[in-house]
Write a protein that binds this ligand. Structure first.
Ligand code: ADP
Ligand code: ZN
Ligand code: ZN
Length: 749
């Protein structure tokens, strides 16, 4: 037997894995992650290394392979645990061990110290409050917001102020000139903000919060480690619950990781954690340099930090004694990596927690189908929070049938109802957001008269229109000519839904010439910081209407927004994949939740050609249960996750002919190993398995690289892992595949 060993876990050197022979007396004792001593180089210097894999074959000249020298007697080091997690990820998601190691191990990079800026309040509390009052009186909203933040925390990180509080440089300069604050420059400091915990005014937990907190503490103290799913509407107090759970774990001397999608990691959230846990909290975000991130990882490893907050990659924080992983907004697609290994943070967190004796808490207002399915099955402990902690009302929602608008002669993209409400808001000087749901937009064909959408007869997803005038299924490759009349009602009003944010901005300006309109989409946010500038202007109430894509529905609180219009709910319903209903429900729920975050009650208008679609209907009714019931039926019927599992084999390359040929061979091979040569079939184990494709995944050629995908559907995840292993073997030994790139995506999102 042979062991793969890395001798240095410095990132740049990870590309070298060495093979060593396992001496007989060590056989059966080695596992991925374990520390070993190996002879290295000409002088056979003994070096510390880690095992990353075990195999029966050796890829080198046997006479030159050395023996492992020793296994040091030691407890489990954190590196050991992370490497064993990497081995699990490689197995579970595909790819190489090096790719997995690079994902989990901290990156070390040399770089120059960066200059950082902070804002320091120069006024005393009382003068500061007077100043705040003055700004409020003058309606200088940005200044007031900054002043209020400075009164809360006398020292603020510049980045936090500009990116999360949406304050622009001219505002900071103005306050500097008025002697309100000093802009300080400082060489790299290691903690983003230094704070001491400050007790907030004592909080009385609601009944719902109490129940969860008590159950968690009891479990924790009795040594029970579970995965919990908190299904709680926005504002129901989930974050308070997380913080209390973290306190339980931290007081027991262990550490916690909190995953929050970057876009939802707002200034307010960050500050809440700082106030509670002081400088034992560290925040990770993509704006940190690699060196700063590494610094934070090392502080965590050294025990200087108890709580790490950050996006997906923060899951790999090398804490010495991890006690809890919280995943907020658990349903967000950003928790799935788009690079090999294409891991999902939820499953990976659960795996890490199991190995290290930690608990996992998932939270969402709209739990993913996966999480709810498992919770219902009893794999997770399920908690419901149905009430808002501060008793704000949910927004009033109206659904407008756009087919009827057409029948009544309104061809505009804005319905009569929405126009009336917009008019009302402009008069009241309240703000509104218009949301164009363009996520994963795939050019589906729909009938304006009856709402019918053309779908794949085999896969029950919408067909996508391609430039060559054909419509194709992105799963199985089924194609048909582009329809010119509606197959349902015969209408010729059938076409692609083409509306852009630019066009909407123009229409709105024409309808309401006196309104100030801001637009936020890919075009207007291409420049650095433009994202922040737009949000800042809107937060300062410099505009009445914000038009945008899904970028605008997340994370930001605008208390003066009392109307949200969803212009075409249908656009995300027909993205040609099985998750489109779920994504639509989530987006609509979020969009509706944007209205009325402040004191004033909100209203929302959902425009659609398909008002009876269950995703639209249940989102408008804010009824998650009803949505789940319908959606799981569809997934079960069609064999889509979470009812069954789906493995996408993504094949890409520059030579189209070779790619086609390769896919043909691959599909035949997969059909053979899965026992599905005749299409859908029973395998030896009696399980239903299906091989679908090859098809073009959305766009079939990007920058001269062609893409194809083959799907394998099976009830058992483990079975798909075996298929992946066989395919990896197959492409290694067969010529031609080295000129293609093959990646695996389990339960793709
Ligand atoms: P969620 O994370 O579910 O959206 P939060 O924890 O952010 O909810 O709570 C929403 C708001 O309500 C926050 O401002 C929070 O401080 C406040 N809050 C939460 N729980 C309570 C409580 N028991 N009493 C008073 N205010 C609360
Ligand atoms: Zn029709
Ligand atoms: Zn199909």
């Amino acid at each position: 037997m042979f062991a793969d060993v890395i001798v240095d876990i410095q990132h740049e050197k990870l590309d070298k894995i060495f093979q060593y022979r396992i001496p007989e007396e060590m056989e059966g004792r080695l596992e991925p992650g374990m520390e070993v001593l190996v002879p290295f180089g000409k002088g056979n210097r003994l070096l510390k290394g880690y095992v990353t894999g075990i195999s029966e074959t050796c890829g080198y000249d046997l006479s030159r392979v050395k023996d492992i020298a020793d296994i040091p007697e030691k407890g489990m080091e954190i590196e050991t645990r992370l490497i064993s997690l990497a081995a699990w990820m490689k197995e579970h998601y595909g790819g190489t061990m090096i790719q997995a190691l690079k994902t989990v191990l901290p990156v070390r990079q040399k770089e120059n110290a960066r200059v950082k800026k902070r804002l320091r309040l120069l006024l005393d509390e009382e003068t500061g409050k007077r100043q705040l009052h003055y700004y409020l009186e003058k309606n200088q909203k940005a200044r007031a917001r900054l002043m209020a933040a400075l009164l809360d925390d006398h020292l603020l990180e510049y980045e936090l102020v500009t990116k999360k509080l949406n304050i622009t440089m001219p505002v900071i300069r103005a306050l500097e000139e008025q002697g309100v604050l000093a802009l300080e420059t400082e060489q790299v400091f290691r903690t983003p903000v230094r704070q001491t915990p400050r007790e907030e005014g004592h909080i009385t937990y609601t009944e719902e919060q109490r129940r969860i907190i008590d159950r968690f503490r009891a479990d924790y103290e009795n040594g029970r480690r579970e995965t919990y799913l908190i299904h709680g509407v926005t504002g129901s107090g989930k974050t308070e619950v997380y913080m209390e759970m973290i306190r339980t774990v931290v007081e027991a001397g262990r550490q916690a990781i909190v995953l929050i999608p970057e876009i939802a990691l707002t200034y307010q959230t960050v500050m809440r954690f700082y106030r509670r846990f002081g400088d034992r909290v560290s925040i990770m975000n993509s704006r940190l340099s690699a060196g700063e991130r590494y610094d934070q990882m090392m502080r965590a490893r050294a025990g200087e930090v108890d709580v790490m907050i950050g996006p997906r990659s923060a899951l790999f924080t090398p804490f010495p004694d991890l006690g809890l992983v919280v995943i907020d907004e658990e349903h967000e697609p950003t928790y799935k990596s788009e690079q090999t290994p294409r891991y999902h943070a939820r499953e990976t967190a659960i795996q890490r927690a199991r190995a290290e004796g930690a608990s996992v808490v998932l939270g969402s207002a709209t739990p993913s189908m996966e999480a709810m399915y498992r919770a219902r099955r009893g794999d997770y402990v399920l908690f419901e929070m149905k009430n808002r902690s501060r008793m704000q009302e949910m927004a009033q929602v109206y659904t407008v049938d756009m087919r009827e608008e057409l029948r009544n002669g309104n061809r505009s993209i804005i319905s009569g109802k929405l126009r009336d409400l917009m008019d009302d808001r402009l008069r009241k000087k309240e703000q509104m957001m218009l949301f164009l749901n363009r996520r994963g937009y795939a050019g589906f064909l729909s009938c304006r008269e009856c709402g019918h959408v053309i779908k794949c007869p085999h896969c029950s997803v919408s067909l996508s229109v391609h430039r060559d005038g054909k419509m194709r299924c992105h799963y199985c490759g089924y194609e048909q000519p582009k329809a010119t009349v509606c197959p349902e009602c015969g209408s010729r009003y059938i076409g692609e839904f083409r509306a852009g944010t630019q066009q909407i901005e123009d229409i709105v300006k024409e309808l309401f010439p006196r309104a100030e309109v801001l637009r936020m989409d890919m075009d207007t946010t291409r420049q650095k910081d433009s994202h922040e500038k737009i949000l800042s202007a809107f937060a300062n109430e410099e505009a009445d209407i914000l038009v945008g894509t899904q970028m605008i529905v997340k994370g930001h609180d605008f208390p003066n927004v009392t109307l949200v219009g969803v212009l075409a709910a249908d656009m995300s319903l027909y993205t040609g994949d099985y998750r489109s209903g779920e994504r639509t429900f989530q987006l609509l729920t979020q969009a509706v939740g944007r209205a009325g975050r402040g004191e004033k009650p909100g209203e929302a208008v959902i425009q659609t050609y398909d008002p009876s679609h269950y995703a639209v209907e249940t989102a408008a009714a804010q009824d998650y249960e009803a949505f789940y019931a319908e959606e799981i039926r569809y997934r079960e019927l069609m064999g889509y996750p979470p009812a069954e599992h789906l493995l996408a084999v993504l094949v890409s390359g520059e030579e189209e002919a070779l790619l086609e040929k390769g896919c043909g061979y691959l599909k035949a091979y997969i059909a053979r190993v899965t026992g599905t040569a005749a299409g859908r079939a029973q395998t030896a184990t009696g399980a239903r398995t299906e091989v679908i494709g090859p098809a073009s995944p959305g766009i079939d050629k990007i920058k001269d690289v062609y893409h194809r995908v083959i799907y394998i559907k099976a009830p058992d995840y483990g079975f798909l892992v075996k298929v992946k292993d066989r395919v990896e073997q197959y492409i290694r030994i067969n010529p031609g595949f080295d000129r293609m790139r093959i990646q695996f995506d389990f339960d793709p999102m």
